[in-house]
Write a protein that binds this ligand. Sequence first.
Ligand SMILES: NC(=O)c1ccc[n+]([C@@H]2O[C@H](COP(=O)([O-])OP(=O)(O)OC[C@H]3O[C@@H](n4cnc5c(N)ncnc54)[C@H](O)[C@@H]3O)[C@@H](O)[C@H]2O)c1
Ligand SMILES: [Zn+2]
Ligand SMILES: [Zn+2]
Length: 361
Amino acid sequence: MPQTVKGVIARSKGADVELVDIVIPDPGPGEAVVKIEACGVCHTDLHYREGGINDEFPFLLGHEAAGVVESVGEGVTDVAPGNFVILNWRAVCGQCRACAKGKPWYCFATHNASQKMTLEDGTELTPALGIGAFAEKTLVAAGQCTKVDADAEAAAVGLLGCGVMAGFGAAVNTGNVGRGDSIAVIGCGGVGNAAIAGAKVAGATTIIAVDVDDRKLEQAKAFGATHTVNSKSEDAVERIRELTGGNGADVVVEAVGRPETYEQAFYARDLAGTVVLVGVPTPDMEITLPLLEVFGRGGALKSSWYGDCLPSRDFPMLVDLYRQGRFDLDAFVTERIGLGDVEAAFDKMHGGDVLRSVVVL
Ligand SMILES: NC(=O)c1ccc[n+]([C@@H]2O[C@H](COP(=O)([O-])OP(=O)(O)OC[C@H]3O[C@@H](n4cnc5c(N)ncnc54)[C@H](O)[C@@H]3O)[C@@H](O)[C@H]2O)c1
Ligand SMILES: [Zn+2]
Ligand SMILES: [Zn+2]
């Protein structure tokens, strides 16, 4: 029997989100219904609300979640009712050309539920990143459920489902930052601070945090930044070069998603260094760079989707580091809120007041 539960939708571009009744079908073949315990508010949810991702309104928002599998459809063997899981937006297919090459973290045909969740009048919902977890329950492909230790705190480990994994992986997987490296991270929200925490775990010795908000820079120090730069009052490129012997950083992570910060990242890296763009730009944004500089500086200009993570490999590993006290996921949780508080959480995110507001059910 389809069930009716509460969920948070963005009905049209720019309009305030609404808490409404949504209808969840029974899981079909390869699908699972998950009872959500916690879901973080990510900047990408706001991008959806503002029409910055696509126009497939109405969206069921929320995609950074942990919960318990309630029921599974035919043929599902990897997870079972009662399993505590983190939801992921990279359920790899195993068959596309990336998977066939042994690089499943680039999978081009990731799985989502085939059935649609709807409003009560039958209007089909587009779940954010194929998840839609600002809801009491959601329907996903079973491969989107990654089992982890049941006694891990849902509000903390749910953040691995998007922003924290994206930031950590941008530094460690995509940027390949390692022992003795220097790294600069531009934009120290949930994603940027996770990149800083990842760089610390990986052994980077110079970790430079750049933001326009001093509160974010204070938090960045707690996550492992060795230096901070407020790019409102200082020239970020100059400072990063000064702090790296005049050379620039081995890896620069751009975690804002804007042309001007991308340009800073481009000029703040060392010769043969790596730029990693993890911030998500909007369709109107463009950059112009001197091609000779692109050539002459060598190295790599990379983008990072979801930190090039493989959920089955990376989520349990990060939960282990968390439980050993080596990766402070709790520090990302600024506040716990209810399903009705998502709009207010967007305001706080905009005002820079929070790293993560987490909806707890
Ligand atoms: N690539 C991915 O897979 C992925 C996953 C999750 C989020 N994201 C994206 O990452 C970005 C960051 O997400 P978040 O949740 O951390 O957002 P956030 O709003 O919490 O953080 C953004 C930070 O950037 C800072 N900032 C803004 N303008 C700046 C500037 N000009 N210079 C320096 N710092 C500046 C803000 O003060 C803030 O601290 C967003 O674009 C989001 O959509 C990407
Ligand atoms: Zn694939
Ligand atoms: Zn996200």
